[in-house]
Write a protein of this length. Structure first.
Length: 370
């Protein structure tokens, strides 16, 4: 297992907290919770949490239940673990009073309206009063730039996924169904030592390839059609994400042109990625190449997104909402062209932003030079 410096992460969080009106931060989001504490449990759904972190400068508490108590004590040694019989809501008023909290910052993208109202009801009677304050992306901003251990985790994840994907592509045959291929990806990933999949694999052949997030079906693979394979797994808690579009016995002239265009757009976009560049620039470069080739109407999604503890995180590379790319950020570069009724091509590499350029982290084969 790789060792991550949770103490340094907590220190950086406290420095960020000084810029906000809050004196305490309440963390529910599973990846943020793991990033700060090391507690690895996930949530089955947004309304079923495996634990909360309450963090002040002078005290750190992880509140969970009996299902996770032992894991929390083992995995989060920097935190005081509490397993209250009355649950989080029952324990929260007394805990906030004990900690001397006055303004509790919460994650607005993760606290449901129902939970917010229930917490408000519980703490309304506290004296001195305690106020809830939304803190937008306070932990996500820290996660955006990866340290050396995180980059190692992402790279090892990508290397393992690349080996699996290469094996899967080599074994593709006409008549295999999309679902059978997806199941093989999943099985090989587990057998290779993955902690799990980063997301359900996308296997989309023929006209299904025109659906960027197609769900695998019982459709059989056919000779000459484009087959989009978008895959990722988790290792050391960190995700990878890569896409290859492959053909059984080669494409027709239309898809040969589409593939060349997507690959040219991808390479040109990667050439623009470096520390200090606005995220909209690589997207615009790729989009211009696709438009000039006559396929502008068929590339609708963003060029890429960040990857780390989550498969999709900051920063995002899209036509709008420009942010400055920073050294240590890991992003995907995944232009695509999708022709309704005929199919699609998407190529995706994962790169780390460095001072003088982008370093590719994904090294699966089966990239054609048509």
């Amino acid at each position: 297992m790789l060792e991550f410096d949770h103490g340094l992460r907590l220190h950086r969080l406290m420095e960020k907290l000084k810029e906000s009106p809050a004196d305490t931060v309440w963390i529910l989001q599973p990846e943020n919770r793991r990033y700060l504490s090391g507690f690895r449990a996930t949530d089955m759904q947004m309304t079923e949490s495996s634990g909360s972190l309450l963090i002040r400068e002078d005290r750190r508490v992880l509140v969970t239940d009996s299902r996770y108590g032992e894991e929390a004590k083992r995995e989060a040694p920097l935190f005081e673990v509490q397993v209250p019989a009355e649950g989080l809501l029952g324990r929260l008023p007394g805990l906030l009073a004990e900690m001397g909290c006055r303004v509790v910052g919460f994650e607005p993208d993760w606290v449901t309206w129902n939970l917010y109202q229930r917490v408000r009801e519980k703490i309304d009677g506290l004296s001195p009063p305690v106020r809830l304050e939304p803190l937008e992306g306070i932990v996500e901003g820290l996660r955006e730039v990866k340290d050396a251990q995180e980059l190692r985790a992402v790279e090892e994840s990508a290397r393992l996924m690349g080996r699996v994907l290469d094996e899967v592509v080599e074994d593709l045959r006409p008549g295999m169904t999309e679902r059978a291929v997806a199941r093989r990806i999943e099985n090989l990933a587990w057998e290779a030592g993955a902690e799990g999949l980063a997301f359900p694999p996308i296997v989309a052949s023929g006209p299904n390839g025109a659906l960027p997030h197609a769900v695998p079906t019982q459709r059989p693979l056919k000779v000459g059609e484009a087959i989009v394979l978008d895959v990722g797994l988790k290792l050391h808690g960190y995700c990878c994400d890569m896409t290859r579009t492959v053909f059984l016995d080669g494409p027709d002239e239309l898809f040969r042109k589409i593939y060349r265009t997507v690959r040219e757009a991808q390479l040109a976009a990667m050439a623009e990625i470096r520390d200090g560049v606005l995220s909209t620039l690589p997207d615009a470069v790729a989009r211009d190449i696709i438009r000039e080739a006559g396929f502008g109407a068929y590339f609708g999604h963003a060029l890429g997104h960040g990857v780390g503890l989550a498969a999709h995180e900051r920063p995002r590379m899209a036509p709008r909402d420009a942010v400055t790319l920073k050294s240590g950020a890991v992003v995907t570069v995944e232009p695509g062209i999708y022709i309704p009724g005929k199919g699609g091509v998407r190529l995706e590499e994962m790169v780390v932003v460095e001072p003088d350029g982008a370093r590719v982290l994904t090294h699966a084969g089966h990239v054609y030079d048509f």
